[in-house]
Design a protein around this ligand. Structure first.
Ligand code: PLP
Length: 480
């Protein structure tokens, strides 16, 4: 039975507490507050007992699936486990009670964390400077594109076009468009990598930047990255790194060393801070020395008096967020990086690459894997062969819910028909990957033997198959 709403459980007059209000005398709310402040109409709140309230919200919490209750192979999103020590540190009173309007002299600890995090991200990415202000990867992209525009304007030629591969995440063209650019698409070759000839034809003196995800959304490393950087830079354009897949590169190689000029990080993916449901997140942006003057203001500066904010940046693109980004999320990432150290970070990437290749190997027999070589931290299956049986990637994803797993990303990247994009973060044990592979094997058997099971899935969850288009187009979250 799906859990009813708390309003449907309401019974008039029922209470969650029983204080002896009459004993409060003059201190009771009715007596202590001036008459003009008292409500005339009663609040329309549900009336339930304490245990009903407790059970309702506990049940609801058990109906949602998250990284704390199982494997979450959502490709590109890096749903790794969020270590609880990050949460403990974020709750230290000295951090949780700091106020953004406080004088900087009394917030030196918080500023130390931010400053050191910037330095660590510079080291990890090979970039010259970082702004921690953007609060999502997508916002980082837009800030990066705004800096690219400021850079080109300072060179005397604003340029019009941003080039983006056909395998890119949808936020890339959206961000470049918001920054005022026209988009041109560069095609992928049969190996799933950037087609260098196509790129050389497209890039010219009007190209502001190439936005690239490396490893790309097919889970493949762009091995020709040096040649790509050369084509882009020879035209005077900038090379932008979408850092959503940085989980595969930590401590192994750096976007700065590959020639990237601008980088965004998805802190909530790579550095294990919670995400889902729209935030909060953090999408810091790193830049090479050529873009230093254009950083969002303010920047954190360190001198003999300690840390402070520097607002004196005449060429800056300006402030892009209130205060200095999502402090609590940045603090969790800081904790994560400090706890692991350089060797720990490199182990993350090695282990996520091993996990993905292991799982890919285990699924190879039963599913079509369009890109056959080794992958980085994620890989793509195609369910195209099952289409003639009426089965789509979607149905396999939904059926996985019945086996206790969160579905992988489906129908992305767009260049693979019926794509299922599977990521296996380093925090998953081999037994978990084996259990997932077994479930996929069972589903493969069902596709031939009992396809209806897939089409009607999920049948075990609190709700059946949703109309996701209607849910997005006619969002109704108000109880009336
Ligand atoms: C997640 C993701 C983004 C967008 O990042 P958000 O933090 O969700 O805004 C961009 N590109 C790729 C490849 C991604 O996976």
């Amino acid at each position: 039975m799906p859990e009813k709403t708390i309003f449907e459980k309401s019974v008039e007059g029922r209470r969650g507490q029983s204080f002896p209000i009459e004993q409060l005398g003059d201190f009771s709310p009715e007596q202590a507050l001036p008459k003009a402040c008292l409500r005339e109409m009663p609040l329309d709140l549900p009336e339930v007992s304490e245990n009903e309230l407790m059970r309702h919200y506990t049940r609801l919490s058990q109906e949602s699936y998250g990284v704390d209750n199982g494997f979450y192979p959502l490709g590109s999103c890096t749903m790794k486990y969020n270590p609880k020590i990050n949460e403990d540190v974020a709750r230290f009173p000295g951090f949780s009670q700091v106020h953004p309007m406080q004088e900087v002299q009394s917030a030196q600890g918080a500023l130390t964390v931010l400053y050191e995090l910037e330095q660590m991200l510079c080291e990890i990415s090979g970039m010259a400077a970082i702004s921690l202000q953007p609060v999502a990867g997508a916002q980082g992209e837009m800030v990066g594109m705004m800096m690219a525009r400021a850079y080109h304007e300072s060179q005397g030629h604003a340029r019009q076009v941003v080039v983006i591969p056909d395998s890119a995440h949808g936020t890339n063209p959206a961000s470049a468009h918001l920054a005022g650019y026209t988009i041109k698409t560069v095609h992928s070759n049969a190996e799933g990598l950037i087609d260098l000839d196509d790129l050389a034809k497209i890039v010219d003196r009007d190209t502001a930047a190439l936005m690239l995800t490396n490893p790309n959304t097919l889970g493949l490393f762009e091995t020709q990255i040096e040649a790509i950087a050369e084509i882009v830079h020879a035209a005077g354009a900038l090379l932008y790194f979408d850092g959503a897949n940085l989980n595969a590169l930590l401590g192994l190689t750096r976007p700065g060393d590959m020639g990237f000029d601008i980088v965004h990080f998805n802190i909530h993916k790579t550095f294990s801070t919670p995400h889902g449901g729209g935030g909060p997140g953090a999408g810091p942006v790193g830049i090479g020395a050529n873009l230093l003057p254009f950083l969002p203001s303010p920047v954190i500066k360190k001198d003999q008096d300690g840390f402070s904010f520097d607002h004196d940046l005449p060429q800056s693109i300006g402030r892009v967020h209130g205060f200095y980004g999502n402090f609590g999320i940045l603090l969790r990432a800081y904790t994560y990086i400090r706890r692991l150290g350089a060797a720990g970070l490199a182990a993350i990437s090695r282990n996520t690459i091993i996990n993905a290749n292991y799982l890919k190997k285990r699924l190879e027999e039963d599913y079509n894997i369009p890109m056959s070589g080794p992958c980085m931290h994620e890989f793509i299956l195609s369910a195209l062969a099952f289409r003639k049986k009426g089965i789509h990637a979607w149905d396999i994803a939904k059926r996985l819910i019945d086996y206790g797993f969160y579905p992988p990303t489906v129908n992305f990247p767009l260049i693979i028909e019926e794509a299922l994009m599977i990521e296996a973060p380093e925090s998953e044990a081999r037994e978990t990957l084996d259990a997932f592979a077994e479930a996929m094997k069972q589903i493969r058997h069902e596709i031939d033997a009992e396809p209806e099971k897939l089409k009607s899935a999920p049948c075990s969850g609190p709700a059946g198959r949703m109309n996701e288009v209607q849910a997005a187009r006619q969002l109704d979250v108000k109880y009336e």
